[in-house]
Unconditional design. Structure first.
Length: 119
């Protein structure tokens, strides 16, 4: 499959994910199980939503190799960051210190993984 096909599939699946998440949250009450299900739907939706912009940024910066894999890794980490922030907000434990610390850890994780790849 070509890169354009992968990005088009990401856009279509992201739209389906946002539609499914909206439908689910509209038709189900916010009890604890439904919150977990909404977070489970939100992660792949965010991943697929963030992948085309991440690919475009790497294409614009002219990185040399494996742009799709790097964009997928960074969008997965960003989606996980947003999911953890949403979960901490649900349990009322999110504050600026937690968010900045998590952001630092995710950036550090991405830097270490990209340094490992370049070796």
């Amino acid at each position: 499959m070509s890169i354009r096909g992968i990005l088009a599939l990401c856009v279509v699946l992201a739209l389906l994910g946002w539609f499914g998440l909206g439908y689910f949250t509209y038709h189900n009450p916010p009890d604890p199980w439904n919150r977990w299900i909404a977070l489970a739907i939100l992660w792949p939706t965010l991943l697929l939503t963030l992948m085309p912009p991440a690919y475009a940024i790497h294409l614009r910066l002219k990185t040399t190799d494996d742009i799709v894999l790097r964009a997928a890794r960074q969008s997965a980490l960003a989606a996980l960051f947003f999911i953890l922030c949403a979960w901490l907000r649900i349990i009322r434990a999110l504050n600026w210190a937690n968010a900045i610390l998590m952001l630092f850890l995710f950036v550090l994780t991405d830097l270490l993984l990209s340094a490992r790849e370049s070796r």
